[in-house]
Design a protein around this ligand. Structure first.
Ligand SMILES: Nc1ncnc2c1ncn2[C@@H]1O[C@H](COP(=O)(O)OP(=O)(O)OP(=O)(O)O)[C@@H](O)[C@H]1O
Ligand SMILES: CC(C)(CO)[C@@H](O)C(=O)NCCC(=O)O
Length: 306
């Protein structure tokens, strides 16, 4: 384990030994269930990387509720459940939502009676009509393209066990879906995934991350992320031609090389500057940094010391 200023840098080979003896191994049925839900994540990753991580998260979840109970006792009020919020940050297309879905599945396995929910901050982007009016269509994903006040309000409601509605974004339509919401009510654990979750606000007094009880940054080299972005674009194209309402429909019908050139240009002109100017600077605010290499293999983890 390498000692950095405020992180322990842990190679996968070392990480995979952590707490293996203490973890109830998942049964083959449980593993197959995870594999079919997240068919692109290997079961080796689950047992070597994610199970020790789940153990670590369980420690944080237990400590969080214990501290809340003690604080209630101090204040002389009735102890109550305070939802645990787990933030997942990182570049566009680095695999945040895949990681978030897997963690949701694993947490649901180890906490069968707890309510585990997941939302993405994509839903808090302004709809395209608003972005167009504000001249922000080529700034989608940049801080000013999100309704951060609404997001902070949403998480505050969740923390207070109030019913909360998150709007829904569709990559296929490339816009917010009108009148569709994720309804979240009093979860035990809420995973909030998005490129902006560790960013500091420009106007508001409260950060989204003020509500986090643990945060993860998914990291990789940009050349790998751009490749994953283009691969995902290829998958979007492959389904788009069936649906004229799909944003990528005209690209799916047209020349494939031209479509990929357009996607690479979008990466270079929008997602690349966003990564360098606004997302990467938030990496060292995370409690845990997961570093992926080629083929999404997790090679190393950096755990905040304090
Ligand atoms: N562990 C993994 N193994 C294989 N493929 C993966 C893995 N994680 C992510 N991918 C693939 O990489 C691409 C990007 O992943 P994903 O959609 O989860 O990224 P994201 O960070 O949530 O992106 P966005 O910010 O644009 O929503 C997808 O095509 C996904 O299937
Ligand atoms: C929705 C976001 C901002 C984040 O997930 C991203 O996937 C996106 O659409 N970025 C805008 C540029 C692009 O089309 O890649």
């Amino acid at each position: 384990m390498e000692n950095q200023i405020n992180y322990y840098k842990i190679a996968r080979e070392e990480w995979r030994n952590f707490y293996q003896d203490h973890i109830m191994p998942l049964t083959q049925t449980e593993l197959s269930k995870i594999q079919s839900l997240n068919d692109r994540i290997s079961t080796t990753d689950v047992s070597e990387v994610y199970m020790p991580l789940i153990h670590l998260l369980k420690m944080f979840v237990a400590t969080h509720q214990k501290l809340q109970d003690q604080q209630a006792d101090f204040l002389g009020i009735k102890p109550h459940k305070v939802p645990f919020i787990l933030g997942i940050a990182g570049s566009v297309a680095v695999g945040k939502s895949t990681t978030a879905r897997l963690l949701k599945t694993l947490l649901s396995e180890v906490y069968p009676t707890k309510k585990i929910e997941l939302i993405t901050t994509d839903g808090f982007l302004y709809p395209n009509a608003v972005l167009k009016k504000k001249g922000l269509m080529s700034r989608k994903g940049f801080p000013e393209s999100y309704d951060m006040e609404r997001l902070v309000h949403f998480i505050n409601d969740v923390k207070n066990n109030l019913p909360a509605k998150a709007p829904v974004y569709s990559h296929e339509v490339y816009d917010i879906v009108a009148d569709q919401y994720e309804e979240i009510y009093s979860p035990d654990i809420l995973i909030v995934e998005g490129i902006n979750v560790l960013q500091l606000p420009s106007q508001q007094k409260i950060y989204v991350s003020d509500f986090f009880d643990f945060s993860i940054y998914v990291d990789a080299k940009e050349e790998d992320i751009k490749q994953w972005y283009l691969e995902r674009f290829g998958m979007l194209l492959d389904t788009a031609f069936k649906d004229p309402k799909n944003y990528y429909y005209p690209y799916a019908l047209g020349d494939r090389k031209q479509a990929f050139d357009m996607a690479a240009k979008v990466w270079d002109e929008i997602d690349h500057p966003n990564l360098h100017d606004y997302i990467l600077p938030t990496r060292n605010r995370a409690d845990l940094i997961i570093v992926k290499g080629k083929n999404h293999r997790i090679n190393e983890l950096l755990l905040r010391k304090y």
